[in-house]
Design a binder for this molecule. Structure first.
Ligand code: FAD
Ligand code: NAG
Ligand code: NAG
Ligand code: NAG
Length: 459
């Protein structure tokens, strides 16, 4: 009697166990990508190549992220903040060659520096060509991502119905961008200033500033670009920056119009500012070109194991993998502006999701991360942003290639990126009028070839 009963229990236990094992192997592993900008689209394409089951959650109605120009300021038709920081006459600040998705090249003969609009068309063409749209779910704002112990719960709000949904994902790629949340530093007297204050994130069209007295703060890529776009329409353009004192060689161009270069602002007054050299200027508008904060409101440190602040996302192995929960990766949380890096990070993420390689132990990943942070601090430029790749980008490409067998980016790409970055500072008004051609894995040519853009991609 007892025996039969035991047997029944044993059998049902066995059944339970085997059905659990079966359920586990039956359960198709699924990856979730948050964001359909350059990084999210790249991750989607490479996951598709591996035959993975994946979904992209995109907050807005459109793919493209940064590269989709939106003339509005503030919020969009669904009440979401405008994520893109692109402006009307933006041209890339690097040759498109270093921005291409792997295996999806621009046709030969396209001019090297293209409009943002053309790059957006390229991205749309990529999505059509690889039929990625079937797996992209738009109007889905991810509001919470939680590790449950054996998978991720991703909660999003459909912006049309305002309803919330939670889905289970075995792998999560965070690709929500890093140039959407304006950073405005504190400067003495800021609150006394009665003119208009804005951030470059909301800059759209030079015509909005015709005949006005404008002050720009900052000389990063945005500050320099705005100086070029505004100097010939404003009645006075005051440009406060410290680029000349930094390590960089900067040849201030002969800007058309009334351009005045100034050092840092010492303090604001009600009508303008006093600068560190003791001089004063009055202006109607100040535009902060002072960069962006990281923003990951949907991640809790406690459950995800990753700490995100305005200035850091950590600890990330190879600037990609969440060390404490390695089924989560970040694509596009790094410096510098160099889209090829994002493409490779996306390939690395997809290879990890497809289990094409194995990560080192948690301890080794942590040690690797700490060594990287230490090296950044010791470097010539004393990089304080721990999410920076650092000065040896080719070494980074090699490491990812060796570890995950992602394609090796030939050194000519980084040479071209570094070189074109220098020309930006040396010849700000004309650096985009050159064509760059790759002639070998280590060499490129550069030729002056000003001409109108003919974008080779349809709308
Ligand atoms: C003005 C400007 C000029 C630039 N010029 C160059 C250049 O010339 N060359 C270059 O290589 N790089 C350039 N960059 C850098 C550029 O941002 C990157 O190359 C790249 O496009 C970043 O793509 P991403 O997918 O990481 O982010 P994004 O393009 O920002 O895309 C993020 C996506 O995530 C979505 N999203 C955000 N939050 C959520 C959420 N909670 N739920 C769901 N979806 C969400 C957004 O709607 C967006 O579609 C420039 C950047 C800026 C701001
Ligand atoms: C992909 O995953 C989703 C969610 O788990 C599931 O509903 C769907 O059936 C899967 N698709 C395939 C082709 O496995
Ligand atoms: C969905 O979630 C958001 C934010 O997390 C909340 O503001 C909203 O009220 C929720 N919607 C519904 C219908 O519960
Ligand atoms: C101002 O200069 C920019 C950049 O050189 C140029 O593209 C633009 O056409 C000029 N605008 C006017 C009104 O001259």
């Amino acid at each position: 009697m007892y025996r039969t009963c035991d047997l029944v229990i044993l059998l049902s236990l066995l059944h339970l166990l085997s059905s659990q094992v079966l359920a586990q192997s039956d359960h198709a592993s699924r990856a979730c990508i948050i964001g359909s900008g350059y990084s999210g689209l790249a991750a989607a394409k490479y996951m598709q190549d591996y035959g993975l089951n994946y979904t992209v959650f995109e907050a807005t109605r459109n793919i493209g992220g940064t590269w989709r120009y939106d003339p509005r300021v503030g919020t969009d038709e669904d009440g979401l903040p405008i994520f893109s920081s692109q402006y009307k006459y933006l041209r890339t600040n690097s040759p498109y060659k270093i921005m291409e998705f792997h295996d999806y090249p621009f046709p030969e003969g396209t001019r090297s520096f293209i409009t943002g609009g053309c790059f957006y068309k390229y991205m749309k063409s990529f999505v059509r060509h690889f039929k990625l749209m079937d797996n992209i779910q738009v109007q889905s704002l991810v509001t919470w991502v939680e590790w449950t112990g054996d998978n991720w719960k991703v909660t999003y709000m459909k912006t049309d119905t305002r309803k919330n949904y939670t889905e289970e994902c075995d792998f999560v790629v965070v690709a929500t961008g890093e140039y959407s949340t304006p950073k405005i530093p504190h400067i003495e007297g800021q609150e006394l200033y009665t003119g208009k204050t804005m951030h470059s994130h909301d800059y759209k069209d030079p015509e909005d500033f015709r005949g006005q007295r404008v002050m720009l703060i900052g000389a990063g890529p945005s500050g320099l670009d705005l100086a070029v776009q505004l100097s010939n329409v404003t009645s006075k353009l005051v440009h406060s920056h410290h680029i000349i004192k930094s390590f960089k060689i900067y040849n201030q161009p002969d800007f058309p119009g009334n351009y005045i270069s100034k050092p840092n602002v010492k303090y604001f007054t009600s009508t303008g500012a006093v600068f560190e050299d003791g001089t004063t200027e009055d202006f109607d508008i100040v535009i902060y070109c002072t960069g962006f904060y990281y923003n990951h409101p949907f991640l809790s440190t406690q459950s995800s194991g990753v700490t995100t602040t305005e200035n850091y996302v950590m600890p990330l192995y190879q600037a990609v993998v969440n060390i404490n929960q390695p089924t989560m990766t970040f694509v596009g949380i790094c410096k510098p502006f160099y889209a090829k890096i994002l493409d490779i990070q996306a390939q690395y993420s997809a290879a990890l999701a497809a289990k094409k390689f194995e990560l080192p132990s948690k301890d080794s990943m942590l040690r690797h991360w700490l060594e990287h942070v230490y090296a950044l601090r010791q470097s010539q430029f004393k990089v304080t942003n721990i999410n920076a790749i650092g000065s040896n980008i080719d070494q980074y490409f090699e490491a990812l290639h060796k570890e995950a067998h992602v394609p090796l980016v030939p050194p000519v790409y980084t040479s071209m990126f570094t070189f074109s970055g220098k020309t930006l500072l040396e010849d700000l008004l004309n650096y985009r009028e050159y064509d760059y051609r790759i002639i070998s894995d280590t060499q490129f040519t550069k030729k002056f070839n000003p001409r109108k853009e003919i974008c080779p991609f349809d709308d």
